[in-house]
Write a protein that binds this ligand. Structure first.
Ligand SMILES: C[S@@+](CC[C@H](N)C(=O)[O-])C[C@H]1O[C@@H](n2cnc3c(N)ncnc32)[C@H](O)[C@@H]1O
Length: 189
């Protein structure tokens, strides 16, 4: 879904980079990309730095809170993975507007997120299947699910794509969906 030639020297921002999985995938796919890996957690940035040490010439680590801190501008690509759901629904549209402002014309935003269903009944079903999957991996689904309920504030994917359209993004869509997980985004005209 990234509409640039692989050889292009794209400037990329990974919001809530964690241990660096999305930064890694872009650095590999775009050999001339420069990535800013942004996260509030020092331990995550340390892990990201270690995991991506081979790419250190093209990687800049930045510690900050994307809800309030400046994350720069002039980006061709902004990605985020499982992170924007830490802001509530009064804050998410403001973040998406700041993402829009930080993109170059023709730049893309792609968000890989946990989302809610279109009704509470669908959400309940997705959660049931998710917990079943967690248990099938030998994990304690009660522990993980309670942590999710305490910490995460997902929103339905269509609510979020509507915010993107209202902000001015074009080519807005959800590119992939698997129950309560989705990849969605848009392009700055
Ligand atoms: C579940 S991890 C996902 C990491 C990685 N993007 C991935 O897809 O595997 C969420 C990350 O977002 C970061 N995070 C959460 N809220 C944040 C905020 N307001 N500002 C910056 N980073 C944030 C956390 O520190 C954590 O590293």
């Amino acid at each position: 879904m990234i509409p640039f030639e692989r050889s292009k020297a794209v400037k990329v921002l990974d919001l809530g980079c964690g241990t660096g999985i999305l930064s890694y995938l872009i650095l590999v796919a775009f050999p001339n990309a420069r990535v800013v890996a942004f996260d509030m957690a020092e331990n995550m940035l340390a892990a990201c730095s270690q995991n991506l040490s081979v790419y250190k010439n093209r990687l800049t680590l930045f510690q900050g809170n994307f809800g309030s801190d400046d994350f720069g501008g002039g980006y061709d690509i902004i990605v985020s993975g499982l992170s924007t759901h830490h802001l509530d629904d009064t804050e998410k549209p403001g973040l998406y507007k700041r993402i829009y402002d930080a993109l170059n014309q023709g730049g893309v935003f792609i968000n890989r997120e946990v989302v809610l269903g279109e009704s509470s009944s669908l959400t309940d079903r997705y959660h049931y299947l998710w917990r079943e999957y967690i248990r099938s991996n030998g994990e304690d689904d009660e522990k993980w699910f309670n942590r999710y309920l305490d910490e995460d504030i997902p929103a339905p994917v269509e609510v979020q794509t509507n915010w993107l359209k209202e902000i001015g993004f074009i080519h807005v869509g959800y590119h992939w969906r698997y129950f309560n997980f989705a990849i969605f985004g848009g392009t700055k005209p």
